[in-house]
Every structure is written in C-alpha cells, then in structure tokens.
Design a protein around this ligand. Sequence first.
Ligand code: NAP
Length: 243
Amino acid sequence: MSSKLIALVTGANKGLGFETSRQLAQNGIKVLMGARKEAKGRAAAEKLQSEGLDVGFILLDITKSEHIKHVKKYIEKHFGRLDILVNNAGMLHKEEPLVSNSVETISLKALRQTFDVNFFGTVELTQALLPLIKKSAAGRIVNVSSILGSLAYQSEESEKFKPFAYDASKTALNQFTIHLSAALRNTPIKVNSAHPGWVKTDMGGSDAPMDVTEGAKTAVKLATLGPKGPTGKFFHFDEEMPW
Ligand code: NAP
C-alpha cells in the first residue's frame, strides 16, 4: 500500500485536467491521469514524468462502463483505496458555441451526448469508485462544474453565454455535488463543485482571460482540503458561488 495520497483526474490529457494533475503531483500526490485516447494519455503522463512527477496514465472514457470497471479493479489491486477523485472530463458540443443561446436549436442527440459525459459518466464513475474512496482516511471528490450551470447566474438578464446542453448538464452535476455530500455527511469525505474561471483551453478558447495554471487552482484546493474544510459547496478560488 502506498503511503502517498492517490488521486484520479479524468480528462487529464490536456487543458485543465492536465494542469490539475501536474499541480496535485507537485503537492506530493500520486496521480492517475485518466484519458480516453491511449496515445494522448500516455504522452501527457510522460510529459509530467519528465518533470519528475509521480503520475501514470490510465485508459478511461467515462461513458464506457467497461473502462470504469477496469479502473476500479486497477486502483483496488494496486492501492486498495482512492483519496482524491477530480471529475474534470467534460464537453461542450460543437453544435453550441460558448456565446450562444442554443435552447431552440440544439438537437436531442447533442443534448444526450453532453449529458452522457458531463453528468451520467461522471455519476457512474463516482458511484463505482465510492467504496474505494470510503477506504481513504480523508476522501475528496471535486466535480469540475461551471458558473454557466448556476441557475442564479443564468437567470440574470445580462448573461449572454447560454449553451443550453452544457449549462443544463453542469446544473445537474451541481445537484450531484449537493446530494452526494449530504449522503456522505457522516463520513470524512468532502464533495464540492469547482468553477475554474474562464480559461484558455480547447474548450474555453483563445479569448479566455485566464491561463491553465490559475484555472486549475480551485480544483486543486478542493482536492486537498483539510478536515475542517467545506463540503457540499460551489467555489471559484475561495469565493463561494451561487447555485
Ligand atoms: P478541454 O481542453 O476541452 O479538455 C476536456 C477534457 O475532457 C479532454 O481531456 C477530453 O478528452 C476529456 N473528455 C471529453 N469527453 C470525455 C470522455 N467521454 N471520457 C473521458 N474524458 C473525456 O477543456 P477544459 O477547458 O480543460 O475543461 C475541463 C473541465 O473544466 C470541463 O469539465 C469543463 O466543462 C470545465 N470548465 C472549463 C472552463 C474553461 O473556461 N475552459 C470553464 C468552466 C468549466 P479528449 O482530448 O479525448 O477530447
């Protein structure tokens, strides 16, 4: 059994997931970098290994139950527990640009595909790994959400970024945070949602004001909360976001 904390980050081959893996590993945590494409996942892990970081690649498309089962077995066999799960993998469907209101036009296919990744896959993975997280002395689950999923924020008239499938899937993800944290209230496990900010990545685009180094910080902070830290909340850095 490893004395180091063990983390799994989904969608870790690029963007925020890659940087979150880097920052967690820089904190002395062993990081399993989940990626759905083997070549890209391996290359990402090798890049961080070349920086001297303790990371490894694991094949994980969160919409594939057989991948989830394999990841669970792998972690069980090699570590016997999971300390940190960062549910970072997410998608913004190509049918809906970030600055749009797609509610009248988005196809049901695109809506379902978005929910498959941002909600159903994330829930299935988390449920599967929960028995291993319960074996940790201080389990931490971070759901990488978005302020675009906030009903309070979206109901302000000034808000123009309205990709409907994406926003609704993140609202559902936030409900998962609230329900799961309530179910685990009598355990040491903390479950929170993170809003990274608007970050320059393939999803965030080049107009985004933040870089990934800053963007990863909220998830890293929530993944490494001490015993008195919050649970069932939604944060951007130290600021609590409205649901
Ligand atoms: P990104 O660069 O597009 O990265 C998304 C990651 O998710 C990629 O690694 C992608 O893998 C992976 N992914 C997609 N579908 C997957 C699946 N079925 N199984 C496993 N992995 C899958 O986007 P990002 O900006 O880093 O986004 C990371 C998270 O932050 C997302 O949840 C996003 O909603 C959230 N977020 C981002 C921003 C922003 O401004 N960038 C703002 C708020 C929230 P492939 O490379 O194989 O596609």
